[in-house]
Every structure is written in C-alpha cells, then in structure tokens.
Design a protein around this ligand. Sequence first.
Ligand code: PGA
Length: 253
Amino acid sequence: MTRKQIIAGNWKLNKTASETRRFILTLKNRIAGMDALPELLICPPSVALETAVDAARKSGIAIGAQNVYWESSGAFTGEISTEMLESLGVSHALIGHSERRALFGESDADVNRKLLKVLSGTLIPVVCVGEALADREAGRTEEIVVRQVKNAFLGVAHEHARRIVLAYEPVWAIGTGLTATPDQANAVQGLIRRSVGAIFGGAVADELRILYGGSAGPNNAADLMAESDVDGVLVGGASLDADSFAEIIRAAA
Ligand code: PGA
C-alpha cells in the first residue's frame, strides 16, 4: 500500500494575516518546480485562515484550522464551528494537539466530540496523540497512545474512518529540539496503525496516514519519512520559515 505523504505546518500562535499571505506566495514559488509533491497543509491562526485560503488558491496547498468546536453555533464565546471553517474554504482541522490538551484542558472526551463533529461535515481531521516524558520514562507510551486513539475514535462510523489523518507527537519532542528517532517513531506509529486496524479493519488501517510531529525539520524529515509507518510530518517551529518548510517538502517530493 503506498500512502500519499502529507507535509503539514502548524504555526500555532504565529504570523499575522499579511505575514501569512507573504509566506504562502513565497512557498508557491519555492515548490513551483518540484515533481511528485506530497500533500501540503498549512494551519495558520484562525484570523489568517481566509487570507491563507485566498493566497493558496490553485497552488495545491491545503489550509487547516488549529482547533474547532463541537457545536455549530450559540453561546460559546471565542469558539469557531466547522461550518464557519468550511464556508471559508478551509479543508482540514487539527484536533487534540498536545498544547490544547495541556494548556487548555482538552480531554480525550473533548477530542472525541470534536472529531465526531468534524466528521459530520466535510473537513479532514488531523487527530494528534502522544505521550509526555513522564509516561515514556514510566514505560507507559503504548498504553497512553493507544488509549488516546481509542477514546478519540469512539462512535466513529466505519465510512468516516477513512477520512481521518493521525499525528503522533510525543510531547517531550515538541518544541524541544529532541526528535524521536525514526525507530522510536515507527514503533509507536505501527502500534497506532494496528490499534486502528483492530477497530476498523485492515483496509482502513492500511490507508490511514500517520504523521510524525515533534522537532521535525529539514535535517531529519527524510529519515523519519523513510520509515514504513511514517506518512509525513507535522511541523511546528521549522514550518515558520518558507525556505525551511520548502526543504522539508523537497525531502518528500
Ligand atoms: P515543533 O512542533 O515542530 O515545533 O516541535 C510540532 C507540533 O507541535 O505540531
């Protein structure tokens, strides 16, 4: 099974709308001559989404939100619905990033609610899972990650499962410069694929794209993506510079 790789940038709380436009126009130039491009996804802050969609038109670069809410409308100050995102031309949404979980109290149940809501519309969810350093040191990586995956997928219909993208992001590797080794990433990602297979069957597991995230960059992306169960990277810090992001894309192209 060959799965099309995805190179995704998660900008977190970085870049204004005009910086977003400039970045995307630059990136379009950088990738213009590349063959066999992987799927490309950029997740800017929500206030830059409309600009990003406009700047990325006809480039093949997909635009995603960093977060969504599970209600469509109502008294939920500060939240953004899937319908609002869809109406802007946004195609993807990150769900359950470890910063959402750790800093904003998002639980597995919240992640599940968000995933079910996204799947009821047209967005492609990128569900993030990963263990903290203490979990890894206590030998609990497998248990934590499998539980996050199972809880996220509760109640997901079989026909929707194919739309899901997963990202394995060990918390100790995010923003720290400490990358999981290709072996470490592949071991956990193989396990994730098997647990999805146990829920939805081998065919869905086989098609599932599982990205690695956590200090991924131009220096290590190719080695990570050479692994059998690593189908791309979700890049934070190294996605903020168009040249470095283009280099990662080149590693996959
Ligand atoms: P990083 O972030 O690449 O800066 O480690 C990755 C992420 O949080 O998605």
